[in-house]
Design a protein around this ligand. Structure first.
Ligand code: FES
Length: 105
């Protein structure tokens, strides 16, 4: 399952993700810049904020209420903002593209 992270400068990095892990864990494991994930995936830091590419918004779905609340603490939140620790990797997300923000928090 491939996931592409595009940073604020437009540099794309495509990495292999494991089914059942999260997009955040995939980023950390692969040293993707721009994802801090201070809370380690507990949905309580908002420093794993990403923007889901338009064509992937339907597949990744909407944030749960707890994630929605936490997103209020993220920087430059947009309609396609998600916390990447709350996006579970599954086969349907093969090819997923997310953008990392200019900064976290
Ligand atoms: Fe902290 Fe996602 S890693 S909210």
């Amino acid at each position: 399952i491939k996931i592409t992270f595009i940073d604020a400068e437009g540099t794309a990095r495509t990495v292999e993700a494991e089914e059942g892990s999260t997009v955040m864990e995939t980023a950390i494991r692969n040293g993707i810049p721009g994802i801090e994930a201070e809370c380690g995936g507990a949905c309580s830091c908002a420093t794993c904020h990403v923007y889901v590419a338009e064509e992937w918004e339907a597949a990744t779905g909407q944030p749960q209420p707890m994630e929605e609340d936490m997103l209020d603490f993220a920087y430059d939140v947009r309609p396609n903002s998600r916390l990447s620790c709350q996006i579970r990797v599954r086969p349907e997300l093969d090819g997923l593209v997310v953008h990392t923000p200019t900064r976290q928090g």
